[in-house]
Design a protein around this ligand. Structure first.
Ligand code: FAD
Length: 304
């Protein structure tokens, strides 16, 4: 199987290249990239590119990946399922007339190509057989471990506008970033609507100071009330995390949120409602007001 890989994120690129290179039945793995990083040990071939300032990365990637798909007859085009990748993958599939399978969390190639994806809002994992190849997959970050092989890739350059565009960028401005790296955090403190706003968030920040880790949030906190930046949202429409410890404070535990913390090694929940669904997922549960519980936890960790 001849596989083309793309992501705008170097870590995701390395994950995808490792996963697809080690897949039984994979013959050649080609990377299309805008990055200057060295992919020795990862890909058989690297196609490097860049694009003019006034073209969106997504549009340029769609055009170039579609052209490469046509010219080189790939069996599979695998795109990292980042925010950009979620747009790119289906557009490439549409241009090439290939099937597109999104948000894949496992890939298997024996006689058939099979993938795993969350289904029923993340309650279960479905294994699906891809009936038509070539196909486009968008693969979730952290699906594969990064492993280094012994490939020394042939590197070729491919510049130019690549195709026609429906939009031109006429300006860019910086968006304030929270600097949160939830996907990599070992400890995540997740704040839900029950945290109530500024006072609660400040208290939770104190817990973070003594414990380390990152602050995550539920959709009401990040979207509806905007108490925390959007980048902190965990779940079906947010980030997927894999921490050793997830502490949920004032989080009810709806499946759309829990999907993003299912892979946590330990879940601790603080909630004043003993019937909150979060307790079904929690390894340790504290039924109580965060106003009572948090000061005690902070004190305990400070004196540890
Ligand atoms: C298509 C779709 C996608 C979605 N994607 C996401 C997603 O990616 N991420 C996400 O988070 N949600 C998502 N949602 C929303 C999700 O369904 C829930 O509505 C949301 O997760 C609930 O957030 P919450 O737990 O903060 O709020 P609530 O459900 O309102 O829960 C608040 C909890 O706080 C507790 N509480 C209140 N006061 C206190 C206190 N003083 N001390 C202790 N506990 C207290 C309450 O008992 C309650 O359990 C999605 C929904 C849909 C339909």
């Amino acid at each position: 199987m001849n596989i083309l890989v793309f992501s705008e994120n170097d870590d995701v690129v390395k994950e995808l290249l490792s996963g697809f290179r080690d897949l039984k039945g994979s013959d050649k793995v080609t990377l299309f990239t805008y990055s200057d990083s060295d992919f020795t040990g990862f890909a058989d071939k690297v196609v490097k590119s860049s694009f003019p300032e006034d073209i969106r990365l997504e549009d340029h990637a769609v055009s170039t990946l579609s052209e490469l798909g046509k010219e080189e007859g790939f069996d599979l085009i695998a795109v990292g399922s980042t925010r950009r990748g979620k747009e790119i993958a289906p557009r490439v599939a549409q241009r090439l007339g290939f099937p597109c399978v999104t948000d894949v969390i496992g890939v298997y190639l024996d006689t058939d190509l099979e993938v795993e994806r969350y289904s029923l809002s993340g309650r279960t994992i479905a294994r699906e057989k891809i009936l038509r190849i070539p196909a486009v997959l968008s693969v979730m970050p952290r699906t594969f471990e990064i492993t280094i092989g012994n490939e020394s890739p042939e590197v070729i350059e491919r510049f130019g506008e690549a195709g026609e565009y429906v939009a031109r960028v006429i300006g860019r401005r910086k968006k304030e970033k929270s600097g949160v790296e939830l996907e990599k955090a070992e400890i995540v403190i997740g704040l839900g609507r029950g945290i109530g706003g500024k006072e609660g968030i400040e208290k939770a920040m104190k817990l973070k100071e003594v414990l380390g880790g990152e602050i995550g949030s539920t959709r009401p906190v990040a979207y509806d009330y905007g108490w925390l930046p959007e980048e902190t949202m965990i779940g079906l429409s947010g980030k997927r995390t894999k921490p050793s410890l997830y502490i949920a404070i004032g989080v009810s535990g709806q499946i759309q949120h829990m999907t993003g913390v299912m892979n946590a090694r330990r879940i601790v929940a603080i909630n004043k409602d003993e019937n909150a669904p979060i307790f079904e997922y929690a390894d340790y549960g504290i039924v109580g007001e965060w106003r009572d519980v948090l000061p005690k936890l902070i004190e305990a960790f400070r004196n540890r």
